[in-house]
Structures are given as C-alpha cells and as structure tokens.
Design a protein around this ligand. Structure first.
Ligand code: 0WD
Length: 256
C-alpha cells in the first residue's frame, strides 16, 4: 500500500526484533514511509542496523539518542533536520523502570526509581515533541505506547503504571498545544507482548494467560497488530483523531 508514501517518520525505541517499535517500523515501511531510527547508545546500533537493512528503504538512517540527555535529543533532531528536512511522524516506543520496582507493593517505590521511570517513560515524550515540532512544518502525527496499568492498578506494574498515567495525560496536553499546527498526538494502549521490557515485569505469563481466557477476541496481540494501528494513526485516514488513547488489546480493557 501507499498510505505513507513520501512521509518521513522517526521511530524511537527499536532494541531488538521483538520490540514493538520494530513491528511499527515494518508496517510503516510496507506503506511506503521513509524511516529514521533512533537508538539508545552504541550497544544497540548494530542490532538496529541489521534489522533496518531487512526493510525496503533507500538507505538506513540511524541516529543515536538517549532520551535522558537533552543534548542528545537536540543533536539527534539537528541531524534529522539535516538529513530529511521535514518530518511527518514520530513513534515514541520508549520506557524504563528498575526491575526491583516492577514487583511487590507500589508503596515501596523509591524516590530515585519514581523519578527515573517518569523521566524515561513520560517526560521523554514532552522533550522529544518539543524538538520535533520545528521539523513538523507540514502537519504531523506523534504516536506513543501506553498500557492499561496507567488506568488501573495492575499487580507488579507499579511505578510504570504511574508513569503511563503521566504519559496519557501528556498526550492530551501535547495534543492541545500542537493541534493548531495540525500536529496530532495519540497513544496506543497495547495489550501485553513478550519483549525485552516485558521481561522485567514479574508474573508476565499469568497476565498473558488471563488475556487468552478473558479478552473478547480470546487471544493476545502481537507487534503487527500494534504496527498496523500505528500505520492508521500516521496516515491521512486518522486525520480527525488527536489526544486519544486507542486500545489495541483484543478488547481486554472492556471486560478484564
Ligand atoms: O507488553 C508490552 N511489551 C507493552 C509495552 C504493553 C504496552 C505498552 N508497552 C510499551 C512500553 O512500555 C514501551 O513504552 O511499549 C514501549 C516499547 O516497549 P517494548 O517494545 O515492549 O520493549 P523494548 O523492546 O525493550 O523497547 C523499549 C526500549 C528500550 O529497550 P531496553 O529493553 O534496551 O531498555 O526503550 C528504549 C530502549 O531501546 N529506551 C531508551 N531509549 C532511549 N533513551 C531509553 C533511553 N534512556 N531507555 C529505554
């Protein structure tokens, strides 16, 4: 399909072939988008390069960007500007919390752990949107990834749930700020998928089993389910949608 032909889209957060960001990249590439990847530090560069080479892209554009560093973010978008000039989309697929805070009681969350989860998982969207904005001169779509644990208290999700609640609120505030420039901001609330980040959450297998039993579609979702919804959100088809949280979870949130 050609839904995203001629669109330059930045994809942040590919770590390996299981990453949701990678599922999104595959859907967008198939729709003709020109992709720019950002990765966290040199340890991931080779991984992302190998993956990017498997896509039908004129060239691999890879840019280092650790979102805890304002300088990195500014430098990354300066490079992106130099490379492509205008961007039409940005997929933010980044989160982090300390493993020890993704188990047991939320009440034990440390000040450090709280700040770290908020910084990487929620504030980073604000920082990135601010740097991306000047490049989004033809209107654009920003998509982030959230989880039901931001709406409900889900066992073990803890500090990340609170970070997702902040992320969800940020989507609404950013959508309101940027809408006048025809920049839309939405989140996909994905059902649980086995990825590197998911490994850190205790009891993850139990969560998957519960979905298979209770979700209306009686199945878990995968990276391609999220990728194709992202494709819709980056396309003209979703032009009237902003500030929204779309659940791609086989319907679990309506029954669980
Ligand atoms: O079940 C799931 N897997 C769900 C994930 C359900 C619902 C939502 N999500 C969200 C996550 O919370 C996250 O926001 O999807 C997003 C992508 O997560 P993922 O695809 O599940 O996990 P992963 O492949 O690990 O990608 C997250 C990446 C990091 O990977 P690692 O595992 O190396 O920490 O976020 C990136 C990094 O590549 N990341 C950073 N990028 C730049 N700067 C930073 C940072 N400081 N920290 C983490």
């Amino acid at each position: 399909n050609t839904l995203l032909q001629g669109k330059n889209i930045v994809v942040m957060g590919v770590a390996n072939h299981r990453s949701i960001a990678w599922g999104i990249a595959q859907s967008l590439s198939k729709a003709g988008a020109n992709l720019i990847f950002t990765y966290q530090g040199d340890r991931l560069r080779e991984n992302v390069l190998e993956l990017a080479k498997t896509l039908d892209q004129p060239e691999q554009i890879l840019i280092n960007c650790d979102v805890t560093q304002d300088d990195d973010i500014a430098a990354a978008f300066a490079q992106i500007k130099e490379k492509v000039g205008v961007i039409h989309g940005l997929a933010h697929c980044i989160a982090f919390a300390k493993t020890e805070e993704l188990a047991g009681e939320y009440v034990n969350t440390s000040r450090d752990g709280y700040h770290l989860a908020q910084d990487i998982s929620a504030y980073s969207l604000v920082a990135v949107a601010r740097e991306a904005r000047p490049l989004m001169t033809e209107g654009a779509s920003i998509v982030t990834l959230t989880y039901l644990g931001g709406e409900r208290a889900i066992p073990n999700y803890n500090v990340m749930g609170v970070a997702k609640a902040a992320l969800d609120a940020s989507v609404r505030y950013l959508a309101n700020d940027l809408g006048k420039e025809n920049i839309r901001v939405n989140a996909i609330s994905a059902g649980p998928i086995r990825t590197l980040a998911a490994k850190a959450i205790s009891g993850f297998n139990t969560i998957l089993k519960d979905i298979e039993e209770k979700a209306p579609l009686r199945r878990t979702i995968d990276q391609s389910d999220v990728g194709d919804t992202a494709l819709f959100l980056f396309s003209h088809l979703s032009r009237g949608i902003t500030g929204e949280i779309i659940h791609v979870d086989a319907g679990y949130s309506i029954v669980g």
